[in-house]
Design a protein. Structure first.
Ligand code: DC
Length: 225
């Protein structure tokens, strides 16, 4: 068995809507590595707590529930305790609930080991808020992908419109700003670049350009070759 500590990790952190999820999927596919969408774990915890009528401010109850959940990522579907939550966890409401439960230290420690268990050969691309700062501080490459709140709201607006949903751009911008403030301002594992992160502002950059920059940085560090 190989030591999980020596399996290479690329950590991609950033605020919601920065494009880090899409980037992580593409980098993992290009390298043939595993993928951890850590935001999905917090989304599952938020969604399941709401389903079970647990008060999102009740730290002990939410953490106990999180620690006992059987979460599975298989064939592009995400489920918890046998319940398929793939679509439900992508709603704006679940994003807000995820951000709320993610601010609770006991919830973060309940999902810590689960996140680290994704580190398997040949490598892991992990995206979230604290992948490079807390969960995989020894990652071989750390990316902090940012974009202005206005640009991120615009991207989300287009995505939702394309799905045929009626949304308000100012409403989305307000929600993004509120979620940013909570994710950046919380006492535990706040969203911020690791000191050794490569910070990329994607506001006026295509996903292809960002992908190329990240793959170049990975090659320079001898990752995935
Ligand atoms: O990346 P996302 O939008 O799916 O994440 C949903 C929420 O989960 C986000 O608002 C903050 C929280 N989160 C976190 O605190 N730490 C992570 N590593 C990933 C997500």
């Amino acid at each position: 068995m190989s030591d999980p500590e020596v399996v290479a990790v690329i950590a991609i952190d950033g605020p919601s809507g920065s494009g880090k999820g899409t980037l992580a999927v593409r980098v993992a596919a290009a390298l043939g590595w595993h993928l951890l969408d850590s935001g999905a774990l917090y989304r599952i915890v938020g969604a399941m707590a709401v389903r079970r009528g647990i008060d999102l401010a009740d730290e002990a109850a939410v953490a106990a529930m999180a620690g006992a959940l059987a979460i599975s990522f298989e064939s592009g579907r995400i489920s918890a305790d046998g319940l398929d939550l793939t679509d439900e966890i992508r709603t704006e409401d679940t994003g807000v609930h995820a951000s709320e439960v993610a601010a609770l230290p006991a919830v973060r420690s309940a999902v810590f080991d689960l996140q680290r268990s994704f580190r398997k050969p040949p490598g892991l691309v992990a995206d979230g808020r604290d992948m490079g700062t807390v969960v995989f501080p020894d990652a071989g490459l750390k990316i902090f992908l940012d974009a202005s709140a206005e640009e991120r709201a615009e991207r989300r607006y287009k995505q939702l419109k394309n799905k045929g949903l009626s949304v308000s751009l100012p409403g989305l911008l307000a929600q993004i700003q509120e979620r940013d403030a909570r994710d950046r301002g919380r006492a535990i594992a706040p969203l911020k670049p690791a000191p050794d992160a490569l910070v990329i502002d994607s506001t006026s950059m295509s996903i292809e350009k960002v992908f190329d920059m990240v793959m170049d940085a990975a090659r320079e560090r001898g990752l995935g070759s």
